[in-house]
Design a binder for this molecule. Structure first.
Ligand SMILES: [Zn+2]
Length: 292
């Protein structure tokens, strides 16, 4: 199936976080330091390498977009996380999943998938969950390890509501492909540990920050039993372009599309407001939401 979007530019975002915390460094983080570093890591998140040419013009994230000070690490808990090394490897892919039927060939012809990235967030994730419950929709949440560790209850709630919990790295580094193979693997395994430790099933899906892929990333995901997933409908909601623009782009979804939204990493009130309209409207168009 052809991929209906242009090839991605190299991730050259100047806002990409230069840091990559080793476990020892994670342990050394202070409460304030962890919060600010996490904020720095996510400020360039974008899940929008696809839109990096436009990222330079995006409004800077305000301090209010930072993670909550509560979103800090508990060093003892981090050091005690279980190892995900027992996962069964899957075949190494050479490209990620862009369309629902790339991974779910037997899904209904009118299936679409909503993917929600960068949470969990104590403000926005519960709002998104309430909307999904209201409209009886299941989604795929690509969670980041740092906020996930701070909000294990939300990860459990995602799973309890029937949503798919996927791995979106530990600290959301961009570009992930420029990290060493060991760093890439650690980003994946640390996040996997956080998610399993929180009580969700071990993810079988991995989304790279910004949709930035490489053979090393594909190999690392496969080693830990995960299929790489991307998207093909991107409303750039993380840039906060206004509710009408987000709504318009999501409403243009066609059967088979994978939609991208964000519930973490910044102020996602526009995303929530858009989903209030988009979720019932897409169902009314006859589209069937599926998890990946
Ligand atoms: Zn992301």
């Amino acid at each position: 199936m052809p991929i209906p979007r242009p090839s991605q530019p190299a991730d050259s975002s100047s806002s990409a976080s230069p840091f990559y915390p080793s476990r020892r460094r994670l342990l050394a983080w202070t409460t304030l330091g962890a919060a600010s570093l996490a904020s720095a890591a996510l400020a360039g998140c974008s899940d929008s390498a696809h839109a990096h040419s436009g990222a330079a013009g995006a409004p800077p994230e305000s301090p209010s977009d930072s993670f909550s000070p509560n979103a800090t690490l508990d060093p003892k808990a981090i050091s005690a996380l279980p190892s995900p090394a027992a996962a069964s490897p899957v075949a190494v892919r050479t490209k990620p999943v862009f369309k629902v039927h790339d991974i779910l060939p037997d899904a209904p012809a009118d299936a679409i998938a909503l993917t929600i990235d960068d949470g969990p967030d104590p403000v926005y994730t519960p709002q998104v969950l309430a909307l999904l419950r209201k409209y009886d929709i299941r989604a795929t949440f690509n969670v980041v390890g740092i906020p996930g560790h701070a909000h294990k209850d939300l990860i459990r709630q995602l799973a309890a509501d029937g949503h798919t919990v996927a791995n979106h790295t530990m600290t959301h580094p961009q570009p992930l492909s420029k990290r060493t193979p060991a760093e890439i693997e650690k980003q994946i395994t640390d996040a996997q540990s956080v998610i399993v430790d929180a009580g969700a099933p071990a993810p079988t899906l991995f989304r790279s920050p910004g949709g930035d892929w490489s053979p090393t990333i594909f190999a690392a995901a496969a080693k830990y039993g995960m299929i790489p997933i991307d998207w093909d409908v991107d409303p750039d909601d993380w840039k906060r372009p206004g509710v009408p623009k987000i709504t318009e782009k999501l409403m243009a979804a066609h059967p088979g599309d994978i939609l991208l939204c964000h519930d973490g990493g910044g102020n996602r009130s526009q995303t929530v407001d858009a989903l209030k309209t988009v979720l019932p409207a897409l169902k009314a168009k006859g589209l069937t939401f599926v998890t990946l």
